[in-house]
Design a protein around this ligand. Structure first.
Ligand SMILES: NC(=O)C1=CN([C@@H]2O[C@H](COP(=O)(O)OP(=O)(O)OC[C@H]3O[C@@H](n4cnc5c(N)ncnc54)[C@H](OP(=O)(O)O)[C@@H]3O)[C@@H](O)[C@H]2O)C=CC1
Ligand SMILES: O=C(O)[C@@H]1CCC=N1
Length: 272
């Protein structure tokens, strides 16, 4: 199988997760290159993953079949304007930036096949979840290429409308952080209840893994799985009642709306 040549522009947290996941899937190191302005980060990523990490974005993009834009939304315009003349003919651009719409990328890069996607960091373990949206210039073969790229590191779902990316960002793009927050809070509470830090943390993390696997691997929906843990007048009921008295569902709703709103706001602020 011939692997496409993939260039990552920006080698930060999300790029490193995708790179790690792709390599674990068997993509040869020689097919992946990245660029990154800071020498220390270049050396770290190169040493960790065994790929070439260059200083110059244009040099990294040269000869690439897929150029993944993995810089922060705040620098995306400048990066695109500088990169535009160096984009290889026929290359597919994949943007993972929160907020930045395809129309802005097209304005900065020129007439270009662009897939906008929202991945998440569990891609590193090939347990990622991404939503993808392709602009009108993207061919069927390029859509397939993008689907394979993100599908190699986890679940990759195509979206009907670009605006849905804001919701994907709120649910799964930012989502790992919510579960980490819950693990932190459960671990801290466990310690206050008398467990040592290592035991409380391990119990919280393993329980998250077990619950996630049950929710994904059984035919039973999470609400029923929760009911099966919740004995009438038992300990779980006491905990769930406390969550609900504190407005847990409303708080989750509020948090996800804040994330989606921030994604739309980034488009307004940075997409011009
Ligand atoms: N982190 C996540 O979980 C997710 C992030 N994303 C998106 O991925 C993108 C990257 O986020 P994340 O990885 O968290 O951020 P990071 O800051 O970790 O990564 C961005 C990288 O780009 C580098 N960079 C800065 N300026 C340039 C430039 N001009 N050319 C090339 N590289 C540059 C940064 O270097 P330096 O730090 O030295 O300035 C940094 O290493 C964002 O657009 C974000 O919205 C999407 C989904 C999930
Ligand atoms: O926090 C952020 O803006 C990025 C996008 C999704 C996850 N991290």
């Amino acid at each position: 199988m011939t692997h496409p040549r993939i260039a990552f522009i920006g080698a930060g947290n999300m790029a490193a997760s995708l790179i790690g996941g792709l390599l674990a899937r068997g993509v040869p190191t020689a097919r992946i290159v990245a660029s990154e302005p800071h020498a220390e980060q270049r050396q770290r990523i190169a040493a960790e993953h065994g790929i070439a990490v260059l200083e110059d974005n244009a040099a990294a993009a040269a000869g690439a079949d897929i150029v993944v834009l993995a810089v922060k939304p705040q620098v995306m315009k400048d990066v695109c304007l500088a990169l535009a003349p160096a984009l290889p003919q026929g290359a597919l651009v994949v943007s993972i930036a929160a907020g930045i719409p395809c129309a802005s990328l097209e304005r900065w890069l020129g007439e270009q096949a662009i897939v906008r996607c929202m991945p998440n960091t569990p891609s590193l373990l090939r347990e990622g979840a991404s939503g993808l949206y392709a602009n009108a210039r993207t061919s069927a073969a390029q859509r397939e290429q993008a689907g394979e790229l993100l599908g190699a590191v986890g679940l990759a779902l195509w979206l009907d409308e670009e605006a849905q990316i804001d919701a994907v960002t709120a649910v799964s793009g930012s989502g790992p952080a919510y579960f980490f927050l819950l693990m932190e809070a459960m671990s801290a509470a466990g310690q206050r209840l008398g467990l040592d830090a290592a035991t409380a943390s391990l119990l919280a993390r393993q329980t998250a893994l077990g619950a996630a696997r049950m929710a994904l691997e059984s035919d039973v929906d999470p609400a029923e799985l929760r009911r099966r843990v919740t004995s009438p007048k038992g300990t779980t009921e006491a905990a769930i009642n406390a969550f609900q008295a504190g407005g847990f569902e409303a708080l989750v709703d509020q948090a996800l709306h804040a994330a989606a709103h921030r994604s739309a706001q980034l488009a307004e602020q940075l997409g011009q």
